[in-house]
Design a binder for this molecule. Structure first.
Ligand code: PMP
Length: 404
């Protein structure tokens, strides 16, 4: 039984009001709200355990280290990695992708080598490669998509050449909600001997992810989008790949020994974790993953699927409604425009009704260019959203439309 009332009680912020109206929070694609247990994990650790990890012989340092490393195991289990050596803690998806782009391009790519990305990528899957392109002369190739927002798989297969070194593709689009067939895309890349980095920022909060089943070589996600704290994220990498790649940043923690003549690097995963990690954040992230696991990722996916179906059908009844993203496999993100109402006006007026949505290009300007628009209004649902909230959204859109 999916007990939505009980679930909502875990999130104190959901019962606040804005402008005297009950909050309807539909900006989960940007960040999710935090259950009480996550916030308490943060305060509890600061109040009763706090000490820097890995370096201390004293009791608190050892306890903090145990919590931090237990969190790595929780992440490993959550995405079904083989080993905790494959779990690198970062600041989030963006840092995970920058780490990989920098380290991979430096060691595996030369001028003229190619990376394949897709039309719908988030800027964080594009710009790190452009930085590498400017530095090393690598080439970016782009998978096109159809008008429903599905990547063209035949065109994808045509993009491979002997110069292709990596594919970087998002699991779920933060704008269209498209669930890309990454398992099949990975198999295709592997048939060409090419590894794949999957941006899982928008999949991990909404569905069960198994990196071994996908056979992903690298997989990135952010804690704050999966009910965890801000400032902590994960880069998963197959151990045989991470072993081969050079460190991203230098400093404490990532070394074995340092002299002015020669420095040797620490073993995995520490080789990629220079400096004091956000050990409070990793504990809280593990709490968030335990929280969603206890509800059940399949139950969450089913609940959100029902909400999305309901919202799609409800919003389509609104006059002048244009929905962007009608892929067959769609996650709980709906981007839209109504008539010629500017997305910013719609978002601002919905906000006055207590409804939090996102407006703009959603860090996907190349996708906006493909769609021939500047931006959209985006409603994105999480595990605590309800059909009543979708009714409030639909009524709000209708009210704003009548004003124009
Ligand atoms: N990729 C996708 C698909 C996203 O939706 C986001 C966040 N909007 C990111 C990457 C970047 O995540 P973060 O800002 O947490 O690093």
């Amino acid at each position: 039984m999916y007990n939505i009332e009980l679930i909502r009680e875990d999130f104190p912020i959901l019962s606040r009001e804005v402008y005297g109206k009950p909050l309807v929070y539909l900006d989960n694609g940007a960040t999710t709200q935090k259950p009480r247990c996550v916030v308490e994990a943060i305060t509890n650790e600061y109040y009763s355990v706090n000490a820097n990890v890995h370096r201390g012989v004293h009791f608190l340092s050892q306890q903090a280290t145990e919590l931090h490393e237990a969190s790595r195991e929780t992440v490993r289990r959550f995405i079904n990695a083989r080993s905790t050596n494959e779990i690198i803690f970062t600041r989030g998806t963006t840092e995970s992708i920058n780490l990989l782009a920098s380290s991979f391009a430096e060691s595996q790519m030369q001028a003229g080598d190619e990376v394949i990305v897709s039309t719908m990528e988030h800027h964080s899957d594009i710009v790190p490669w452009q930085l590498q392109a400017a530095k090393r002369g690598i080439v970016i190739k782009v998978i096109p998509m159809n008008d429903k927002g599905e990547l063209l798989q035949d065109a994808y297969k045509q993009l491979f050449s002997e110069k292709t070194k990596l594919v970087c593709v998002m699991h779920v689009s933060n704008v269209l909600g498209t669930v890309n067939p990454v398992k099949e895309m990975i198999a295709e890349a592997h048939a060409h001997g090419v590894p794949v980095l999957v941006d899982g920022a928008q999949s991990v909060p909404h569905m069960k992810v198994d990196v071994q089943d996908l056979d992903a070589d690298f997989f990135a996600f952010s804690g704050h989008k999966v009910y965890g704290p801000t400032g902590v994220g994960v880069l998963y990498g197959k151990e045989e790949w991470l072993d081969k790649l050079p460190p991203y940043q230098g400093g404490g923690e990532m070394i074995q020994s340092v002299s002015f003549e020669k420095t040797t690097f620490n073993e995995l995963p520490f080789k990629f974790e220079a400096g004091t990690p956000d050990y409070i954040g990793t504990t809280a992230l593990a709490k968030a993953l335990d929280y969603v696991t206890a509800i059940g990722m399949d139950q969450i996916a089913a609940h959100e699927h029902e909400l999305t179906q309901y919202a799609m059908q409800r919003l389509k009844q609104i006059e002048g409604m244009r929905i962007f993203g009608e892929a067959e496999h769609k996650s709980s993100v709906i981007s839209f425009l109504v008539g010629n109402i500017h997305h910013l006006d719609m978002g601002t007026l919905l906000d006055r009704l207590g409804i939090a949505v996102r407006t703009g290009h959603h860090c996907a300007q190349p996708l906006m260019q493909r769609l021939g628009i500047e931006g959209t209004v985006r409603a994105s649902f999480g595990l605590y959203n309800t059909k009543e909230e979708i009714d409030i959204l639909a009524a709000g859109i209708e009210r704003v439309s009548r004003m124009f």
